[in-house]
Design a protein around this ligand. Sequence first.
Ligand SMILES: Nc1ncnc2c1ncn2[C@@H]1O[C@H](COP(=O)(O)OP(=O)(O)O)[C@@H](O)[C@H]1O
Ligand SMILES: Nc1ncnc2c1ncn2[C@H]1C[C@H](O)[C@@H](COP(=O)(O)OP(=O)(O)O)O1
Ligand SMILES: [Mg+2]
Length: 209
Amino acid sequence: MGLGCLSKSAVAVLKTDDKLKDAKIVFVVGGPGSGKGTQCEKIVAKYGYTHLSSGDLLRAEVASGSERGKQLQATMQKGELVPLDTVLEMIKEAMIAKADVSKGYLIDGYPREVKQGEEFEKKIGAPALLLYVDAKAETMVKRLMKRGETSGRADDNEETIKKRLDLYYKATEPVIAYYEKSGIVRKINSELPVDEVFAIVEKAIDELK
Ligand SMILES: Nc1ncnc2c1ncn2[C@@H]1O[C@H](COP(=O)(O)OP(=O)(O)O)[C@@H](O)[C@H]1O
Ligand SMILES: Nc1ncnc2c1ncn2[C@H]1C[C@H](O)[C@@H](COP(=O)(O)OP(=O)(O)O)O1
Ligand SMILES: [Mg+2]
C-alpha cells in the first residue's frame, strides 16, 4: 500500500521517523562523573559521531529560562530524574535534526532506568552498542568534587552527588544487566588515564563497523 491514503501530516511523521530507521546508536552509560562526556568528546573527534548528552540538553532548556526549564532545574538540583517523556522527546528531536549528516549517535546519560531503554526502542530504535563507563564510587565522588570547583553545575555538590550515586546504583545499573542479554555491552575501565580509557573505547567502536 502506498502513502496516498494518509494525510500530509501523517506522511511527514512517518518520514521523520524513517530517517532514524538505520541510525547507528551507541548508549553511553555510567555513574555521575565516571567520564562519559570525556570519552564522548574523543569519539566525536575521531569518528565524527553526533554526541547527545541528556544532561546537556536539559541544561540548555534550563538556560533558556522557559517555564519547563524552571521545573527541570528544581528536579536536577535535587539529583532526581526528570520525567521520561521530556527527556526522550528532546533526544528524539535532536537526533532528527542531525539525521541527514550523522554517522552515528552517542546517547550519553540515557537510559537512566530500564523503562527509558524500552521506550527509546519503541519510539526510535535499538542500540548497536552500550559503552559501560565504569569507575569506583570513590573515584566518581573525587572527580565530581573537582569538577564542581569550575563547572558551575548546581548538582556538583557533596549532598547532591551522594543522591545521584545512590540513584545510579538503584535505577541505572539494572540497565546494564538488561542489555547484557543482547550481547551489546562493552565494559570500559574508566579508572585508567583518559587516553588509556579511550584505547578500550576505540576497540569497541571499531568492532561495530
Ligand atoms: N579517565 C579519567 N581520569 C581522570 N579524570 C577523568 C577521567 N575521565 C574523566 N575525568 C574527569 O572527571 C570529571 C567527570 O568527567 P565527565 O566526563 O564530565 O563525566 P560524566 O559525563 O560521566 O559525568 C571531569 O572533570 C573529567 O575531566
Ligand atoms: N535520561 C535522563 N532521565 C532523567 N533525568 C535525566 C536524564 N539525563 C539527565 N537527567 C537529569 C538528572 C541528572 O541528575 C541531571 C544531570 O545529568 P548528567 O549531566 O547526565 O549528569 P552526570 O553525567 O554527571 O550524571 O539531569
Ligand atoms: Mg556528562
